[in-house]
Ligand binder design. Sequence first.
Ligand SMILES: Nc1ncnc2c1ncn2[C@@H]1O[C@H](COP(=O)(O)OP(=O)(O)OP(=O)(O)O)[C@@H](O)[C@H]1O
Ligand SMILES: N[C@@H](CCO)C(=O)O
Length: 326
Amino acid sequence: MAVYTEVSDEALRAFLGDYDIGGLVAFRGIAEGVENSNYALRTDRGDYVLTLYEKRVDPTELPYFLGLMDHLAARGLACPVPVRGRDGDALRELAGRPAAICTFLEGVWPRRVRPDHLAPLGQSLARLHDASGDFPANRPNALGPKGWAPLLEGCRERGDEVAPGLVAELDGHLAGILAAWPAAGALPVGQIHADLFPDNVFFLDDAAGRPRVSGLIDFYFACTDLLAYDIAVCLNAWCFEADGMFNVTKARSLLTGYEGVRPLSLAERAALPVLCRGAAIRFLLTRLYDWTHTPADALVTRKDPLEYLRKLRFFAQAETAGALGL
Ligand SMILES: Nc1ncnc2c1ncn2[C@@H]1O[C@H](COP(=O)(O)OP(=O)(O)OP(=O)(O)O)[C@@H](O)[C@H]1O
Ligand SMILES: N[C@@H](CCO)C(=O)O
């Protein structure tokens, strides 16, 4: 479900009148995604995605997200390009919500991640980091280390309903992660995607049948943080099997693909285990918060926090990159 705000035919036609993208051919809601309302839009000039930004997005941050996509696309990264209206503005308003039209990306996200998805993923992630090197704006990571303790506080009352003893266990993990977190200035910082899960990466097969990344989407958690933290997010989101096992082959392919474009420093590699613990607790906490604050019958699909507890426990017992097999 991801159409929270309905758009009337009349409002849509008036809205499109502010653009120079041709006449309307087709318009339908996109079911996937949970944060915003997304519509597939076809005009006689091409395909687009219309996004209406819902309540959890801070409108003052939209220029950063749209500006970053524009910047990356201009440097050759396949990502949605915000389309400007006749007045030059990409960020507009529709049905009472901030709204933008972006170009449509071909491809499909992998429902089942295979080992051969990982090297192209790593390459794309490194290209994103390289291409954003000269991006002029910054956005602190609200869901980074400083945000985790307040999130855990928000889960303190009801967290143990999800698993007995969970909150106390998370207190212990969080203290350990924060104590071991890289000091400011120790690792390279830049613009990161911060949510590069399989459903945000589109692939198409090349002529030889090998998967190639056709585009990255959903930059609405992007922020300025440790570049290697983005790899840690991917190690969490892409390298575990359904039975909970960490797949070292996938993890190595991710790093090989990444380092083919941007080699990691020794310090970045050494920090991977704690960055992986950090990424695991970040997704565990946001999922736990949503689980304990969203009514069970709400339209939003809640994601399982315990999937990330298992990942956190796995990373907590691997103190070095070597122990992870990396
Ligand atoms: N530029 C694009 N090209 C093609 N499809 C797109 C594009 N942007 C979004 N989509 C489609 O819309 C769906 C939802 O998009 P997105 O993940 O950005 O939504 P969201 O509501 O912000 O979701 P999330 O819960 O993942 O944060 C995607 O899975 C994809 O199918
Ligand atoms: N990727 C996040 C959802 C927010 O995009 C998760 O799986 O918890």
